[in-house]
Ligand binder design. Structure first.
Ligand SMILES: NC(=O)c1ccc[n+]([C@@H]2O[C@H](COP(=O)([O-])OP(=O)(O)OC[C@H]3O[C@@H](n4cnc5c(N)ncnc54)[C@H](OP(=O)(O)O)[C@@H]3O)[C@@H](O)[C@H]2O)c1
Length: 302
C-alpha cells in the first residue's frame, strides 16, 4: 500500500484555480478514531468560501502550510484505532467541521472520530450518502433552533437547496406550516416535499429559516416579534422589531446522522446528486457551483 494519499488543498486561497492536489502521509487512527477510504465527498458552498479565502480573511484559519477542503464524505472503514468497535469494511458516512484544519474530505483517505460517522444503510449508494451528512445534520440542527411550530407559519428560503429541502421536510414534522421560497423551476420539487411554494414572499412570517442566506432581505420577511434562523455564523443580521435571531453552526453527530441516513434511504428526506466528478476536476466543479442554478451536489470521487 502506498504510504501517501492524494488530497485537495489550498495554500494561498484565491478561488478554484488555487486548489491543488497534493500527496500527504497516511495517518494511523488513534484512540476513538477510524480511517476511511473515501468513495465520495460533496462540494458544498462552504468549500467555495474556504477556497476563496473568506475564512482566512476573517482570521479563522491559521494553517502554516495548506488548508484542507471538504466537510462531508461517504466511504469504507479501512482501519480502526484503540477502543473502536466499528468493523473494518463497514460502509459509513460522516461530517468533519471547523475551518482551521490541514485535512478535509476532498481526499482519498480520512482519519476521523468514530463519533462523527454512521453506517450507510443497505439501499443507499455511497455517492448519494456522501451528500447527506452536512446538510442533513445542519437541517436537523436548524429545526432544533426553530423549535416546535404548533401550526405557526414558516418560510424556508432556498427551499430547493441541499439545506433548505431538508429543513422543509423536517420542519413540517415539527408542526410548522411550511412555505418554500425557490425559483420558478423548483415548484414541483418543493411541493413534492409537502410545502406550499412561492417565488416571491411578502413579509409577515412567524419564522424564516434563511437557507438562501438572504440575510437582511430574509429578516425583513419576519413579522414583529418573530424568529429568524440564519446560516452565516458571525454575519447574522442585527435583531430588529423584537425579532429573535439565531444562527446555525452545523456539528458532527454520528448517532443522529444514522437516523438521517435511514430517512434518506426511505425517501423521507431528499438527497440529490447532480454529477460525479473525479477529484482531479475539483476546480471545474467549484467553477460550475459558483455560477448558481445547480440542483443537487457535485460529488468528488478520488
Ligand atoms: N452555518 C452552517 O452550519 C451551515 C450549514 C450548511 C449550509 N450552510 C449555508 O446554507 C446556505 C445554503 O446551503 P445549500 O448547501 O443548501 O446551498 P444550495 O444547495 O446552493 O441552495 C441554495 C438555494 O437557494 C436558492 N436561492 C438563492 N437565492 C434565492 C432567492 N433570492 N430566491 C429563491 N431561491 C434562492 C438557490 O437557487 P439558485 O442556485 O438558482 O441561485 C439554491 O437553490 C449556504 O450559504 C451554506 O453555506 C450553513
Amino acid at each position: 500500500m502506498s504510504r501517501t494519499f492524494r488530497t485537495a488543498v489550498v495554500r494561498t486561497p484565491g478561488g478554484p484555480d488555487s486548489i491543488e492536489i497534493i500527496d500527504v502521509p497516511i495517518v494511523e487512527p488513534g484512540p476513538g478514531q477510524v480511517r476511511v477510504e473515501i468513495a465520495g465527498a460533496a462540494v458544498n458552498p462552504v468549500d467555495l468560501a474556504v477556497a476563496a479565502g473568506l475564512f482566512h480573511r476573517r482570521g479563522l484559519v491559521n494553517q502554516p502550510h495548506h488548508t484542507g477542503l471538504g466537510w462531508d464524505f461517504a466511504g469504507t472503514v479501512t482501519a480502526v484505532g484503540p477502543g473502536v468497535e466499528v468493523p473494518v469494511g463497514r460502509r459509513v458516512a460522516g461530517l468533519i467541521d471547523g475551518f482551521d484544519r490541514d485535512f478535509g474530505t476532498y481526499a482519498e483517505q480520512l482519519v476521523v472520530s468514530a463519533d462523527a460517522i454512521a453506517p450507510v444503510p443497505d439501499g443507499l449508494d455511497l455517492t448519494t450518502a456522501a451528500v447527506v451528512p452536512l446538510n442533513g445534520l445542519a437541517a436537523a440542527q436548524l429545526v432544533d433552533l426553530l423549535g416546535d411550530g404548533r401550526g405557526r407559519r414558516l418560510l424556508v428560503t432556498g427551499a430547493a437547496g441541499a439545506l433548505g429541502g431538508n429543513v422543509v421536510a423536517l420542519a413540517r414534522e415539527r408542526g410548522w406550516q411550511v412555505t418554500g421560497l425557490a425559483r420558478t423551476q423548483d415548484e414541483e420539487f418543493v411541493r413534492g416535499l409537502g410545502a406550499d411554494f412561492t417565488t416571491e414572499a411578502a413579509p409577515g412570517w412567524d419564522a424564516v429559516a434563511d437557507a438562501a442566506a438572504l440575510q437582511e432581505q430574509g429578516i425583513a420577511l419576519v413579522r414583529d416579534g418573530g424568529l429568524f434562523v440564519g446560516v452565516q455564523p458571525g454575519a447574522e443580521p442585527a435583531e430588529v422589531r423584537g425579532i429573535t435571531v439565531r444562527v446555525l453552526v452545523a456539528r458532527p453527530d454520528g448517532a443522529r446522522l444514522a437516523w438521517i441516513l435511514a430517512d434518506t434511504a426511505s425517501g423521507r428526506l431528499p438527497a440529490r446528486v447532480h454529477a460525479i466528478v473525479p477529484l482531479d476536476q475539483v476546480a471545474s466543479a467549484h467553477r460550475a457551483v459558483a455560477k448558481g442554478g445547480v440542483r443537487g451536489r457535485y460529488v468528488l470521487q478520488p
